[in-house]
Write a protein that binds this ligand. Structure first.
Ligand code: NAP
Length: 279
């Protein structure tokens, strides 16, 4: 930044203590020599509207939005990025010069970039993908896959209705598979994605068998604690290329930081080390 503006941003959620976003953004504020800080904003659901309306008055450049506010916060924006509208959720708010609020969702693009970082030759249109889960992360991933030209997205979720709702919204390329048939659905896939909470620290491992997954398939897990989930460990042992959720987390943060500060930050080994030190 050429001026001496103090950049104030944060992450709004309930709870937010677990969020790694302060580590990421404060690392970049220091790295780029900016004046500013990125804070935790624990906001109870019933105070969300007051909190969002207060951003401008408090001098915030914007904030990230996390669970459970991603959907309701969207309704309070003056303008939405088209991708955020498709995802029906936001993860970033930008307070513009005139005080209006702009909502973005960078989760899907961040996830795509994490696959490209792992394999620059990876292409969504190279073949069909199987996505496990139908919550917020899945929605962002399915939208991103379709935007990138995936020919078919097989979607399976413990609660089938939620997968059906996404398929209805996103059209015939999204095919719902019954949760009990998830293992057989791996045949012929070029990508397998875990967007459930199973395998996260404190949660049981995802119950899947990779026997029918082609060895050429890439395996991605949105989870980043632990960095290697039981699914990724099993996939690595079978020789698959694997991608953990840390790249998604880091890459979604870049455009938010740019929108608030004007600087597009880089993901460096020092940043990865700073995050990993918090695990
Ligand atoms: P969410 O909206 O609460 O969705 C949770 C999903 O997990 C649902 O599909 C749910 O199925 C499924 N699930 C929960 N318990 C299950 C079980 N016992 N067996 C099978 N499926 C089960 O959560 P989310 O926000 O999408 O997050 C999902 C994961 O992605 C989390 O681990 C989160 O940490 C990760 N994530 C990572 C990033 C990143 O930047 N790397 C960003 C966002 C999310 P039902 O519909 O049947 O309940």
């Amino acid at each position: 930044m050429s001026d001496a503006r103090f950049v104030l941003a944060g992450v709004m959620g309930w709870p937010v203590a677990h969020s790694r976003s302060p580590v990421i953004h404060n690392h970049w504020i220091a790295q780029y020599g900016l004046r500013g800080t990125y804070v935790q904003l624990p906001v109870q659901p019933e105070r969300l509207e007051d909190a969002i309306r207060g951003l401008k008055a408090l001098g915030f450049a914007g904030c990230n939005v996390t669970v459970p506010h991603k959907v309701r916060a969207m309704e309070m924006m003056d303008e939405l990025h088209p991708v955020a509208r498709r995802m029906a959720a936001i993860n970033t708010i930008v307070v513009r010069e005139d005080g209006s609020l702009y909502g973005m969702n960078n989760d899907g693009a961040g996830w795509i970039q994490s696959l490209r970082d792992a394999d620059p030759t990876w292409r969504a249109d190279a073949g069909p993908a199987l996505v496990l889960g139908a919550g917020g992360a899945s929605r962002a991933i399915v939208v991103a896959l379709l935007e990138e030209g995936a020919p078919e997205v097989r979607l399976t979720n413990r609660t089938r209705d939620k997968a059906e709702a996404l398929a209805q919204e996103f059209g015939p390329k999204v095919k719902v598979i019954d949760w009990k048939d998830r293992n057989a659905a791996m045949a012929g896939m070029s990508l397998l994605v875990n967007a459930t909470t199973q395998g996260m620290h404190g949660q049981p491992a995802l119950e899947v068998s990779l026997d029918d997954l082609p060895k050429t398939a890439m395996v991605s897990d949105a989870i980043y604690i632990p960095l290697e989930t039981p699914l990724l460990a099993a996939a690595r042992q079978r020789g698959h290329r694997t991608v953990n959720g840390l790249g998604m987390l880091l890459n979604q943060a870049r455009p938010a930081f740019q929108a608030w500060t004007g600087v597009m930050p880089e993901i460096t080994p020092a940043l990865r080390a700073a995050i990993q030190a918090t695990f």
